[in-house]
Design a protein around this ligand. Structure first.
Ligand code: BDR
Ligand code: CA
Length: 314
């Protein structure tokens, strides 16, 4: 048996972030969640940190450490996504306010201290939102970059291009300067782009499998995905919504469900129409050095089977 990977989940919940956090908290044999760091993204920070605590309580893991981080991108005004996630970020089923505490330490300080304290290359960062907290930590403490085991992040797109603009994916678009810092950092990066997440759709039978668990967690996941999918179904005419963020956690458990290429990825920070685009050299037409494993495919049935197996434990 391998020892569980130590991870920090950096997140802006978000219904799909919520499912990712539940998957991680349900998988102690694969990962130890050292902390959850909230960032402004889908909704403003006061809501994302609160939502993170709601999700921990739902998982029955009230002792999980939740930290609040940056409330705005490095250089820009915050862009949010209430049109997808609703006013609270976790719209769908009714929810009570959390009672577990928020940690007093700032999320960026927690990331820096944890990477300095733990053995080098033993902590994996799992960003599920804009990269503001991670970039701020790297800027403030450049010594931590080489201590990171891996960054497995949801963001970007190449073949599917954009979801928040015609060219850009939401997480990268919200804070392109932060994304640029992370992609240029030389830390080992795995990217879960829309190209892959758009293959992992919440079809009716997949949602019903959660509801049929008869547990509170199963019922909430079904209700969240029901709410979340209305936007993508209307937009893409697809059978369900892509469940983006849980693919990050699934990759840590079952990397064999995914395939991609190690390529160069640059972030557009100046384009008039292409701000936040992930310029992925999939075809190797430049001599720019590869800096990221860019995932292209997922075994969608394997992914949803894994999700169902783990969520059923909660
Ligand atoms: C990403 O944007 C957010 O709305 C989702 O939570 C996901 O992290 C998809 O583009
Ligand atoms: Ca997210």
């Amino acid at each position: 048996m391998t020892t569980p990977r130590k991870i920090i989940i950096d997140t802006d919940p978000g219904q799909d972030d919520a499912v990712a956090i539940l998957l991680a908290l349900a998988s102690p044999e694969d990962m130890e969640v050292l902390g959850i760091t909230a960032v402004a993204g889908n909704v403003p920070l006061p809501l994302t940190q609160k939502n993170a605590r709601i999700i921990c309580e739902l998982a029955g893991k009230r002792d999980t450490k939740v930290f609040a981080g940056c409330d705005a991108p490095l250089k820009r005004k915050l862009v949010t996504a209430e049109h997808v996630h609703g006013k609270t970020g976790l719209d769908g089923p009714p929810m009570a306010d959390p009672t577990m505490p928020l940690q007093s330490q700032h999320a960026v300080d927690f990331i820096i201290h944890t990477l300095r304290r733990e053995p080098a290359k033993s902590v994996t960062l799992c960003p599920l939102g804009p990269l503001t907290n991670i970039a701020t930590a790297f800027q403030r403490a450049p010594d931590i970059v080489e201590r990171v085991q891996e960054i497995v992040l949801m963001g970007g797109a190449y073949f599917e291009v954009g979801n928040i603009t015609p060219a850009a994916e939401f997480n990268i678009y919200v804070d392109p300067e932060a994304a640029e810092i992370v992609f240029k950092s030389d830390a080992p990066i795995v990217v879960m782009p829309l190209d892959m997440t758009h293959q992992a759709l919440t079809t009716k039978p997949r949602i019903e499998a959660f509801r049929a668990m008869g547990t509170e967690a199963g019922r909430m996941v079904a209700a969240w995905t029901d709410f979340f999918e209305r936007f993508d179904v209307a937009k893409y005419g697809s059978e369900g919504a892509p469940l983006h963020d849980p693919t990050v956690i699934a990759y840590l458990i079952r990397p064999d469900l995914f395939s991609g290429r190690y390529i160069n990825v640059e972030i557009e920070t100046k384009g008039e129409f292409t701000l936040g685009m992930t310029v992925a050299d999939w075809w190797g037409v430049t001599d720019r050095a590869p800096n990221a494993m860019f995932i292209r495919t997922v075994d969608a049935n394997g992914f949803f089977d894994l999700l169902a197996e783990r969520i059923a434990r909660l």
